[in-house]
Design a protein around this ligand. Structure first.
Ligand code: CJB
Length: 802
């Protein structure tokens, strides 16, 4: 949009006056943020309304992305950038003596997601709007988002994230569009006069779902999509017999809290209720909109909408959509099923068995009686249909209802036309191993969509220095099409550019060093290698392997106090699920090792270990631009894709990686010489599984380096880990090291040595860094979302002329 500084200042000052009865001189920082965000919202509401009208008028097919998590982070700068007014507003505020960066800090992170899955959903929201694709989010407006992590005495302590305390400036409550969702009670089928069976209900629990819409503003275009988040409330006309505090409590609990488990199935009734709550409300709203717009008869709805099931959490979309078509719109089973499969598509994000959702039949039966009937009917009809053609064993293996449980992945695959993995390797594993039975039955449904990242946030906003340098070198076209970064390759031999790149990195490292000093009180040397592992704490991600290597370096120094090495700062950021004991033990151990190393005078500047508390999107934005190395060291086959790996690459960090997830595609893109690869391959891991011949204890006994490092966990070398030390020691020795850390240790040390050697050659390092940036274009989520649009959803981009 077009905006002059004068106009902006006028709008902003007016907002301070009219909304807060104050002025620039007197306004506090919270008021300043509120006034500014209110102005920004006014700027985009017209575009939003216009785009809504365009969507209604053009009646083009739209996608609804159902996700139980979103992780947008802060939105102020992102909205300013996408509206094309970031620098105007920055300068306008400057003239008023206000620092935009300080104001932006006030906004709480919108953290209604746990990690990669939620962040991907938000990258997709940004990319869909920015590419002009009509994709709308559908989720839950949790009152409390992901917990805030405090580190106290080295331990993780969880505090509530009451992000809505100061109201959320971006959302619009749409009370008029509230929808009722029902649970429990009894249901039976009654025959109508024309011979149809329709369900009757009694004693149901009624909940009101109120939508809160948030604009997803496209980058310098006229597209604004919607992220609809549902809040649970008590229906106003509730029967008096239900009007009690317990009912109120139960109802508000539905959207009270995000489950803090990442890649882990919890199995609690409230979670199942949450799943049905946002699925039912979302689908009802879609159908209501479709009908009120008189788009076409309901039987044609598959030509106008696509519904995406992001992981299995919204898999109830399948039976709920069936229910709405059958019971509320009078379609036949065959018609309804045909439409449902056409409308639905599903993404699998993990092969970890502990993440596979399986709900006890009894629970589903009691909570969702009609849905339970429909699921059973789907399962029965499919079995009957396949039986003449397929062996009973294959049918059994792929059944939705078996062993007293409802298998949600099976439901999502059977009830949709597309199942995709999130990186090539992961999609292959789905086809060949994890979902092979389904692949045999429905090969045409399986496809890959390698993840991507919203490069606007992860480069333009978070790394202004690098963005500016790129503009100077290759022009600005990369801002609209990330693949244009390829042009940077021409500067690979240009000493000036390499020096400038290194200078940008150094400045970013100085900023991060200042932040570390402020938050952790630790002085780090910006000339050291900044080696970073930031992600959820999970055994398969192997933060512990990184720790073992750090201990090796520490003992090397202790053994040879004059050892010459490139100084390193190891930086961690990670939250552990509150109930994940082992992960919390690792956090404690990292913090105790940090004290041990950072306070050891012998170490001097050579080694520093920093655990940054409360890792979230905003912290990632501060850390990634300053990283020299990104650690992506999961056991091969376990990390479906990873997305921080792409963010590091885009910001010129080199990757230390196993051949897992999207690391493989990163390696293919940047070239073998610009990445550090180590460890078992996926096939080697499977070979061990097959033969059962891995023996971690042997490695501990036979490798003196490993022996000494592991002993440090139990012999008092690392202080204050009386409980955690033995737990970790035993996981690696007595319990045979589930994620093969000891097997990969030597090769990891070797790769780390290679990395150090390359860093000694600053020119070669800068060249490798440049090649990473230049080849990162394919990891834009603009590319990913376009592939979903073309191959799965069959939706079109809005052309700007309309
Ligand atoms: N993932 O964040 C989650 N939570 C889950 O429950 C399952 C998977 C992650 O999804 C990301 C987005 O696809 C992947 O990049 C990541 O590998 C996966 O662990």
């Amino acid at each position: 949009m077009k905006l002059s500084k004068t106009q902006f200042r006028k709008d902003f000052e007016q907002s301070l006056t009219s909304e807060f009865a104050t002025d620039v001189a007197k306004a506090g920082i919270t008021e300043t943020f509120a006034a500014l965000s209110s102005v920004v919202k006014q700027y985009y509401t017209q575009i939003w309304q216009g785009d809504n009208q365009y969507k209604d008028r053009s009646q083009k097919k739209q996608t609804y992305y159902f996700s139980i998590e979103f992780l947008p982070g802060k939105m102020l700068k992102s909205n300013l950038l996408n509206l094309g007014i970031l620098s105007t507003v920055r300068e306008g505020l400057q003239e008023l003596g206000i620092d935009l960066e300080k104001v932006a800090q006030v906004e709480p992170d919108m953290a209604i997601g746990n990690g990669g899955l939620g962040r991907l959903a938000s990258c997709f929201m940004d990319s869909a709007a920015s590419t002009g694709l009509p994709v709308n989010g559908n989720g839950i407006r949790y009152r409390y988002g992901l917990f805030k992590q405090k580190i106290i005495d080295g331990y993780q302590v969880e505090l509530p994230d009451s992000w809505l305390n100061n109201v959320n400036p971006w959302e619009v409550r749409r009370a008029d569009k509230a929808i009722e969702v029902t649970f429990g009670g009894e249901t039976w089928l009654e025959e109508t006069e024309d011979g149809r069976l329709i369900p009757r209900y009694r004693n149901q629990e009624r909940v009101l779902a109120v939508p809160y819409d948030t604009a997803m503003v496209g980058f310098e275009n006229t597209r604004v999509n919607n992220m609809c988040l549902w809040r649970s409330e008590v229906p106003q006309d509730l029967d008096v017999k239900f009007q009690n505090m317990e009912y109120m409590r139960q109802t508000s609990m539905l959207s009270a809290e995000l489950y803090p488990d990442d890649s882990n199935y919890d199995g609690r009734l409230l979670r199942l209720k949450q799943e049905y709550f946002f699925v039912s409300a979302g689908l009802q709203r879609i159908i209501r909109h479709y009908k009120s717009n008189k788009i076409a008869p309901i039987a044609q709805i598959a030509d106008y909408i696509a519904v995406h099931i992001n992981d299995t959490h919204p898999a109830l979309c399948v039976p709920e959509f069936m229910r709405l078509l059958l019971d509320e719109n009078g379609l036949s089973w065959e018609q309804a099923w045909d439409i449902t499969v056409k409308v639905m598509s599903y993404t699998n994000h993990t092969i970890l068995s502990e993440a596979l959702e399986k709900w006890p039949e009894e629970m589903v039966h009691t909570l969702l009686p009609r849905i339970y009937q429909i699921i059973n009917e789907i399962d029965k009809r499919r079995t009957d249909e396949l039986l003449p053609h397929v062996g009973a064993e294959l049918i059994h293996k792929t059944r939705i209802v078996k062993d007293g449980q409802i298998h949600m992945a099976n439901l999502a695959i059977i009830g949709s036309h597309s199942t995709n993995g999130v990186a090539k390797l992961h999609s292959d594993i789905l086809k060949d191993v994890e979902l092979h039975d389904f692949y045999q039955l429905y090969p045409e449904r399986f496809n890959n969509k390698t993840n991507g990242i919203a490069d606007r946030r992860w480069l333009q906003i978070s790394n202004a220095r690098l963005s500016k340098l790129l503009d100077e070198k290759i022009g600005k076209s990369w801002r609209h099409d990330l693949v244009k970064l390829e042009a940077l390759k021409d500067f690979r031999e240009d000493t000036e550019t390499l020096k400038q790149l290194a200078a940008v990195k150094l400045e970013n490292k100085k900023d991060l060093a200042a932040l570390i000093k402020e938050k952790n009180g630790i002085e780090v040397n910006p000339e050291a290698i900044f080696d970073v592992q930031i992600k959820r704490l999970h055994a398969y991600k192997r933060q512990l392997l990184n720790v073992l290597h750090i201990l090796k370096l520490y003992f090397d120094i202790k053994d040879q106090p004059d050892l010459e090495m490139v100084p390193r700062v190891f930086i961690f950021g990670a939250k552990a699920a509150p109930g994940y004991h082992y992960a919390k033990a690792i956090i404690k151990v990292i913090n105790e090792i940090a004290v041990m190393i950072n306070e050891d005078a012998v170490v001097k500047d050579r080694l520093k270990l920093v655990f940054m508390e409360n890792y979230n999107v905003s912290l990632a934005e501060a850390i990634i631009p300053a990283a020299d190395v990104g650690e992506q060291i999961s056991l091969a086959s376990k990390e479906a894709s990873g997305t921080s790996n792409m963010k590091f690459m885009l910001n010129g960090a080199l990757t230390m990686a196993t051949l897992d997830g999207a690391n493989i595609e990163i390696k293919e893109a940047c070239g073998d010489e610009n990445i550090f690869i180590f460890g078992l391959t996926k096939d080697e891991v499977y070979e061990y599984y097959k033969n059962g011949n891995y023996n971690a204890r042997d490695i501990y006994e036979q490798n003196p380096v490993v022996h000494r490092i592991l002993n440090a966990f139990i012999d008092g070398t690392i202080p204050n880990i009386t409980n955690e030390g033995p737990e970790i020691f035993e996981s690696l020795t007595a319990f045979n090291d589930e994620y093969f850390l000891l097997r990969d240790f030597n090769d990891y040390v070797r790769a780390q040595k290679d990395l150090e050697n390359l860093y000694r050659d600053q020119r070669a390092w800068a060249q490798a860094s440049l090649m990473n940036i230049a080849t990162s274009g394919i990891f834009s989520s603009d590319r990913t979302i376009r592939q979903y649009a073309k191959d799965i959803w069959f939706i079109e981009e809005k052309s700007e002329e309309v």
